[in-house]
Write a protein that binds this ligand. Structure first.
Ligand code: NAD
Length: 483
């Protein structure tokens, strides 16, 4: 493991003061400056692609394909596109006011940067998860500290070396370290904290933020279920689900965690998975350069413990190499109280939980915390609608895994235990701005206000409040009863 140079805790107040002063001076406000910083971020990712690929590979042997598609590519593309769209996002919005007597007030929404923000990122997609929020912060006109994970030390060290060569260091800084450094950062008053990681630490972050009433975005994890329709194309479903499970060796928040499979097709689905398995890893998964390793010994041991305790029947895989390599492993007939269903697996295990109906699958999902993503494989509109109407989750995705993350126009977000707040492109921008409402009431409007001033009279109450209080309530069509 590379030696990660922790930022001295004694340096943090000066870093914080620098960012505060830059923000107060308005340096981060002009759109041309923001656009330049976004282009510089794209340049950093593009010009140092090989260094980032090598660093993340060194952290946990993540394949180059997954780094380029899931990390470097989106950072380059989204920085450039955000710069392109910035003017549209940031321009003050004239609000379409309906009431005739308010139309001269110039009602406007200003997209005000929140200020000095803190971004705390995890190790599993270290680049996209530390820099995607930064794109939003830059676009919004904020200054920011980025705190990458100490568990991806090669990446975090590389970022700390490269970022100051490209971005304005009076506005954007990398702070490296672990719990101690993050705790020191959390004592400071930030204008927004964007945290990506697990729910346990999220509670520590939220408690620290509460002391300063700091708003938060929490991008968390949990178990993302897959619901399978017995009539779906099992072969395509197997390929798409298994790809989702094997990417980053299952160490991703949107990984399909377990499959609720109709009991009648469980064996046929296993058969389909087994064909896909051979296609993906003809040389054996543990010999493959297309499979990441588990990030560290602690997580490797955690997964070994799940493996030792599960009562599910292993139908594919099952081997580990003692060097943080674990074969993608499929288990069938997994029961509700199984070790594999306790918490987020965050590894290459795919439990199949047999169910007898869609209703049973829905009850299973609703008995657990709201997932980040609910996946379903079906071509049946009724099956689809039942899931949309009767379950809750951050995202609901049909007939594929992961691909929602590639759609620049869709927000990404958790719900409940999987977090709150939105990101990607304009949604990241929105998280770092405050919608500052404004009216500019003309002096000439004074005669209209005559009745609002004391002394209050019954006549004026009637005149001013009457139209709202006595407004006619339309009849509700198609609803029975009083409630
Ligand atoms: P991690 O261990 O790298 O921790 C994340 C960050 O929290 C790090 O920067 C770390 O320094 C900091 N941290 C750790 N302990 C802390 C403490 N006691 N006080 C303050 N800061 C602390 O990563 P992780 O949490 O293991 O990440 C994996 C989790 O993140 C999974 O649950 C996954 O589902 C979730 N995740 C969510 C998303 C999303 O977008 N919703 C994306 C990726 C990962």
């Amino acid at each position: 493991m590379t030696e990660l140079q922790h930022t001295p805790i004694g340096d943090l107040p000066a870093i914080y003061e620098t960012l505060q002063s830059t923000f107060r001076k308005g340096i981060s406000r002009p759109l041309a400056w923001r656009r330049h910083q976004l282009h510089q971020l794209a340049r950093m990712a593009q010009e140092n692609k090989d260094k980032f690929v090598a660093a993340i590979y060194a952290d946990f042997r993540k394949p180059e394909m997954e780094i380029q598609i899931g990390e470097v590519g989106p950072i380059v593309e989204r920085s450039i596109k955000s710069a392109e769209l910035l003017e549209e996002w940031a321009k003050p919005e004239a609000v379409d006011v309906k009431a005739a007597w308010q139309q001269s007030w110039g009602s406007t929404l200003y997209k005000t940067p929140k200020g000095v923000v803190l971004i705390i990122a995890p190790w599993n997609y270290p680049m996209i998860l530390s820099l995607q929020p930064l794109i939003g912060a830059i676009a919004a006109g904020c200054t920011a500290v980025v705190k990458p994970s100490e568990l991806s030390p090669h990446y975090s060290q590389t970022l700390a070396e490269l970022l100051p060569k490209y971005l304005d260091t009076s506005a954007f800084r990398v702070v490296n370290g672990g719990v101690e450094e993050t705790t020191a950062l959390l004592e400071m008053k930030w204008d927004h904290i964007f945290y990506t990681g697990n729910g346990r630490v999220a509670r520590i972050i939220a408690a620290a933020a509460a002391k300063h009433l700091t708003p938060l975005t929490l991008e968390l994890g949990g178990k993302c279920p897959v619901v399978l329709d017995a009539n779906t194309d099992l072969r395509i479903a197997a390929k798409r689900i298994f790809w989702g499970k094997c990417t980053n060796a299952g160490q991703i928040c949107v990984c399909p965690d377990y499959v609720l499979v109709p009991r009648s097709v469980q064996d046929a689905f296993v058969e389909a998975l087994s064909e896909v398995y051979k296609e993906f890893y003809p040389e054996g998964a543990l010999n493959s350069e297309s499979l990441s390793r588990i990030v560290n010994q602690m997580h490797y041991d955690r997964l070994q413990d799940l493996l030792a305790r599960t009562k599910g029947e292993i139908v594919l895989g099952g081997k580990s190499d003692g060097h943080r390599g674990i074969e993608p492993t499929v288990f069938k007939n997994v029961q509700e109280d199984d070790s594999l269903l306790e918490g987020e697996i965050f590894g290459p295990f795919l439990p199949l939980v047999p169910v007898d109906s869609l209703e049973e699958a829905i009850d299973f999902i609703n008995a657990r915390p709201h997932p980040l993503v609910l996946y379903a494989f079906t071509e049946d509109p009724k099956f689809k609608q039942a899931l949309i109407d009767q379950t809750r989750s951050g995202n609901i995705i049909f007939n594929d895994t992961f691909q929602q993350l590639a759609v620049n126009e869709l927000p990404f977000s958790g719900m409940g235990e999987s977090g709150y707040g939105y990101q990607i492109m304009n949604y990241s921008f929105d998280g770092f701005i405050h919608l500052r409402s404004s009216v500019h009431v003309p002096l000439e409007a004074e005669p209209f206000f005559a009745g609002r001033y004391p002394p209050y009279t019954a006549e004026n109450v009637n005149l001013l409040a009457g139209p709202a209080v006595n407004m006619e309530i339309p009849p509700s069509a198609g609803v029975n009863g009083n409630a």
